[in-house]
Structure formats: C-alpha cells, structure tokens
Write a protein that binds this ligand. Structure first.
Ligand SMILES: [Zn+2]
Ligand SMILES: [Zn+2]
Length: 282
C-alpha cells in the first residue's frame, strides 16, 4: 500500500511563495493497494496532484472516493477531477450518512447549476454511490484492502477511515477535521479503537491545525491541536504520526517550528506535506 498526499491544507487553498514546503492545496489523498486498488480520500484542491498521478497510469481501474465530510475545503476540487470526464474510469463515491445527507446529495449539489456547468448526469465516468453503515461492524473489503471507519467530533459530522492491507500488514488511519478536546468519551473510545484494532496502525494522519496555547480562541471550530495528536498517537501506540489540516495562514517557517516541537514531543512524528508519498515498508 502506498499513500500520496495531494493536499494537506485546511479551510482554503493558498499559493504564496512561503507555502511551497508544505503545499497549499486542500485535503485530497490517494491510497494505492498492492493489487491496484485506488482509494481517494476527500476531494479538496489536492485532487489536482492526484489527477496527475492517476493520469500517469492506465485508466479504467475503479476509483473509490471515500468522503470524510462535505465542508467545502474537502469538496472544492471535485468539479475538476479528471476521471469524472473520462468514460474509461469508474468512480464510486462512498460515505456513511451525515445528518441525513448521503454522498450523492452532496456531489449532486456541488455540481448543480449555477455552481458548475457540468451536472452529474453529464459526466462521462461510470458513477456509483454507496452509503456505508453508520458504524463499521465488519470491515468493508475493497480488493485486498479492508476499510473501517468511525464518526468523529466535528460540526456537521465527519468520519475517520482506517485502511488495512492484510497481505502486507500496512495500515493507515486518516482523521482530518476532528476536535479531540470536545469529543465525548464514547467518541474518543471509538476513535482509539479504530487506531488500535486489529493492531496499532502503521500511520496515523490526524488534524492538528491548532496548538494548545491558542486553542481556547478556536474552541468549537472543529479541530484538534498538535499536542492532541501526539497524545492520541502515544495512547494508541501507532507507529508513526503525520499531522495534517494546516491553517492557511501558517507559512513554511511557522510550520517548520511546529514540526520541530512535534518531533521533540514524539520522535519520528512530523507534519504532512502536499506531494509527499508515504510507504509502509518497515
Ligand atoms: Zn477541513
Ligand atoms: Zn470540516
């Protein structure tokens, strides 16, 4: 299993010179399994880089687009997602219901007039929509990958996903947009279970947009601090932590300072970067 970060920026994209190290595209990740499975996590502007990677391979493999939630920073790249306009691709949108909204409702709305000139029915790819159960009892199998998920604390709801590749032992937990400090004990327990079972995850990618010193000002905004990420990674005994959903005003020099603090707190941890590929070899 390989993981590619198309975008790791929260809230909105940025494109200034001081943002080249961590990148300015909003959340979109591509997971490629050993057997050619292609899973895209979220549809932020980072889909631009995901497009380029997918375009380098032969079209036709089904793409599953797992959606954490429908805030615009996680959806604004969708209208220009290349495979939607190519009849050789099949794209399956999948998510649990959130506040009664299914993935199809959200996708249809974002492509509706007057927001975009090409509506859902005019797209060329073979499209399908799957509503996942509210909580995964048994994992859902996608090729040779197992998919698990749980709800996390965020305005309008959000889900964290876990992908396991039993053949290689690789595992990823992706938890963007989660406010750990406001999560209920049950929400915290469910998320720690997701990180720990069936075994502590190789890699946890978690929202750490804020820091504890300034968190009080942003309480209720739906995001965690990098210190929360370190606590969760330690408690769940994940092998590696990468922090994501960087605030759009946080430039490279500020994020490099944050990364040094993260590494002092948890050696081996770091901040996710747009364009970065992560393997699961060791
Ligand atoms: Zn977000
Ligand atoms: Zn959000």
């Amino acid at each position: 299993m390989k993981l590619f970060f198309g975008g790791v920026r929260g809230t909105g994209p940025v494109a200034d010179l001081g943002f080249l190290e961590f990148g300015g595209e909003t959340t979109a990740l591509l997971v490629e399994g050993l057997a050619g499975e292609k899973i895209v996590l979220d549809a932020g502007t980072g889909l631009r880089l995901v497009n380029a990677r997918l375009g380098a391979g032969a079209p036709g493999a089904p793409i599953q687009l797992l959606m954490t939630h429908y805030h615009l920073d996680h959806l604004m790249g969708l209208p220009s997602f290349g495979p939607l306009y190519n009849k050789l691709w099949a794209v399956e949108f999948a998510a649990p219901l959130r506040e009664g909204v299914a993935a199809e409702d959200a996708v249809r709305r974002v492509l509706a007039k007057p927001f975009w000139p090409v509506q859902l029915e005019k797209l060329h790819a073979r499209l399908s929509f799957t509503t996942l159960p509210a909580q995964a009892g048994q994992p859902v199998r996608r090729g040779a990958l197992d998919i698990r998920w749980c709800a996390v604390h965020h305005p309008e709801g959000c889900h964290a996903y876990r992908l396991d590749e039993p053949a290689t032992g690789a595992s990823l937990v992706f938890a963007t947009d989660m406010e750990w400090a406001l999560a209920t004990p049950a929400e915290q327990r469910d998320f720690l279970n997701l990180c720990r079972h069936p075994r502590p995850a190789h890699l946890l990618v978690m929202d750490g947009q804020f820091n504890r010193a300034h968190y009080a000002k942003f309480k209720g905004w739906g995001h965690s601090t990098w210190e929360d990420c370190v606590d969760v990674a330690r408690t769940a005994q994940v092998r590696r932590l990468l922090i994501t959903h960087h605030a759009p005003q946080n430039d490279d020099s500020l994020l490099l300072d944050v990364e040094r603090a993260v590494q002092r707190a948890l050696p081996g941890a770091g901040l996710a970067r747009g364009g970065l590929e992560a393997g699961f070899d060791e």
